[in-house]
Design a protein around this ligand. Structure first.
Ligand SMILES: CC(C)(COP(=O)(O)OP(=O)(O)OC[C@H]1O[C@@H](n2cnc3c(N)ncnc32)[C@H](O)[C@@H]1OP(=O)(O)O)[C@@H](O)C(=O)NCCC(=O)NCCS
Length: 160
């Protein structure tokens, strides 16, 4: 558990959070994952599920899902409730995850992000991620819009 400078508390989430996680996901992404999906994630011992809580809230206001395989990890999803955005919550959760992953011996953290999701791209740039590849036309465009590319980003945690 860690208390961030902005007052939010970041801690590991348990199975009792699945409905809140599904709600947060639904309000943040076009194709929402359900409570069943989150139940599976929480039972997967390769998955790290962090939540951020504002003072006094018993339900998480944000989450970060990271999957570890061997000495690499991948950000599977991150979302912050609308009312809690631009307060450093995502940045704080990433910091906590990065420290924990480093302590576990993870050497690289990977992720994919839609190139048009400027806020998320900026978040990852600020956290030190670099673009290492691109999947052209990976995300289907909404009606009339052209498909956008996925940027593949990487943060090296341990140069060794
Ligand atoms: C992307 C998201 C997780 C950011 O969460 P957040 O808690 O608001 O981000 P933070 O407050 O920690 O922002 C840290 C930095 O990221 C950048 N950033 C975050 N959101 C931004 C936005 N909407 N526009 C521009 N820059 C943004 C800024 O550099 C910011 O630092 P600053 O506030 O000092 O300028 C949040 O907007 C969200 O949940 N979006 C919907 C789900 C999503 O797109 N997830 C990412 C999928 S890859």
């Amino acid at each position: 558990m860690r208390v961030l400078e902005n007052g939010y508390t970041v801690k590991d989430l348990g199975i009792d959070s699945i409905n809140c996680l599904a709600n947060l996901h639904k309000t943040s992404f076009t194709r929402g994952w359900g409570a069943h999906d989150f139940a599976l994630f929480l039972q997967d011992n390769k998955m790290k599920v962090l939540g951020a809580f504002s003072n006094g809230d018993k339900n998480p206001n944000a989450f970060l899902l990271v999957r570890c395989v061997a000495d690499e990890a991948e950000v599977i999803s991150i979302a912050v409730g609308r009312r809690h955005r631009r307060k450093g919550v995502a940045e704080g959760m990433l910091d906590v995850a990065i420290d924990t992953l480093y302590d576990k011996g993870i050497k690289e953290l990977h992720l994919e992000v839609d190139e048009t999701n400027k806020g998320a791209v900026q978040l990852y740039n600020q956290a030190g991620f670099e673009v290492v590849g691109e999947r052209r036309a990976y995300y289907q465009g909404k009606k009339g819009e052209k498909a956008s590319s996925a940027l593949m980003m990487r943060l090296v945690l341990d140069e060794e």
